[in-house]
Write a new protein. Structure first.
Length: 391
């Protein structure tokens, strides 16, 4: 008799546990964060993961009454791995949204899955203009290379630069940067010669020799985040820093994460971009301080701000949908605007790309550290590639 009562009670407890964990699973909103955490682009993964976790730490892990469960996966920077991980996260983990995507090929690989499964894909890093056209479920919180680059061409032509050699990593964002600069600069009567360097294990020296021979007024450079220090070292070894060739480009080459280790060679470089650790606003001061505190003094770079704002977009989108994913979530994200550590930003409801200020900056030493110091602002810049298509 006693034994039967015990069994009945134990059964009831087991049933309650099963029910409550099922209820919990239903209530949890899973966010799959796919990033290069190892390999040559691990700095991008490290920055974005740290920013996403900071956002969750500051804003709690419950949204619209549902627990946010973050699942971080390392794609090692290989597109086939990104795609497989996205598939597993969608099918097995039943994620509501996927985010991250450290390089253009890594953002493009899972795009068909986002479309098929109707899972919003928040691109926090990759920056080739066309990425948002690969799926109606893609939304971007990073930037596009043409968006950051056209203001550079304007600055160069207004500042006595007539002859430029461009040197870019030979893939999507590099080609975007090269085309955007060349188009805008030649339209203002500038002269341009184009060079492309392989993305994998780049040896810049033969290209830098060509630059030295061409004697341009400026060298325009795009290398992806994390590679700038390698470039700067070879730029200096070739003596180009002393040759009077001005270094210009989108801000990836003077990435805040590694800028301080580059030394004096970086001083005076002029770049255009959407984020600097030194951006002067109360929101950014608070962000930089909290980020450094949580990460042993590591500075946030433009990848971190893409991750932080991407998480904000996910949280605010979920608040609007009451925790629902799918079409409702991507629709909720369209047109959203807020003040980021980088300044005012919004999601273009037509293109799902980010509209943001682009700042002109100069590398300077301040309190013993190197910073990209902003000295001019071009407000509310849309991706020019898609803006041209819309006209
Ligand atoms: C990209 O692959 O889209 C990419 C990566 C790093 C950058 C910019 C663009 O700094």
């Amino acid at each position: 008799m006693r034994r039967r009562t015990f069994l009945r009670a134990a059964g009831a407890v087991a049933m309650t546990l099963a029910l409550s964990s099922a209820a919990l699973a239903q209530e949890a909103v899973k966010v799959g964060l796919i990033l290069p955490m190892t390999g040559p682009f691990a700095s991008t993964g490290r920055q974005i993961e740290a920013a996403v976790k900071l956002y969750m730490q500051q804003n709690g892990d419950t949204v619209a009454g549902k627990k946010i469960q973050l699942i971080v996966k390392d794609d090692t920077g290989v597109a086939d791995v990104t795609k497989r991980l996205a598939q597993e996260l969608i099918v097995n983990d039943k994620i509501s949204v996927m985010a991250g995507f450290g390089l253009t090929p890594l953002a493009l690989a899972p795009a068909p899955l986002a479309t098929q499964a109707k899972v919003p894909q928040v691109v926090m890093a990759a920056a080739t203009a066309t990425i948002t056209e690969a799926s109606p479920f893609i939304v971007r919180t990073s930037f596009t290379l043409p968006q950051a680059t056209v203001p550079m061409a304007d600055w160069a032509s207004q500042n006595g630069i007539k002859k430029v050699v461009t040197l870019v990593s030979d893939y999507g964002p590099g080609i975007d940067a090269e085309k955007a600069f060349t188009g805008a600069f030649t339209a203002k009567s500038g002269q341009v010669e184009n060079l492309r360097v392989p993305l994998a294990n780049p040896d810049f020296s033969p290209f830098l020799q060509k630059v030295a021979d061409a004697k341009p007024d400026a060298l325009f450079v795009f290398v992806p985040s994390g590679i700038g220090a390698q470039f700067m070292k070879q730029f200096m070894e070739r003596g180009l820093d002393k040759s009077g060739v001005k270094l210009i480009g989108p801000g990836d080459v003077t990435d805040d994460d590694i800028l301080n280790g580059m030394g004096d060679v970086a001083l005076g470089a002029i770049t255009t971009q959407h984020y600097s650790t030194a951006h002067d606003s109360p929101e950014n001061k608070a962000f930089v301080e909290a980020f450094k505190k949580a990460n042993n003094g590591m500075r946030p770079n433009f990848m971190a701000v893409g991750g932080y704002d991407g998480m904000h977009l996910i949280y605010e989108g979920l608040k609007k949908t009451g925790g629902q994913g799918g079409q409702a979530l991507i629709d909720a994200m369209k047109g959203m605007s807020w003040t980021s550590p980088r300044g005012p930003i919004s999601i273009d409801p037509q293109t799902r790309d980010i509209i943001q200020n682009i700042y002109v900056r100069k590398v300077e030493r301040k309190d013993g550290e190197l910073y990209n110091v902003e000295f001019a602002t071009i407000p509310n810049v849309k991706d020019p590639v898609k803006a041209a298509k819309a006209n």
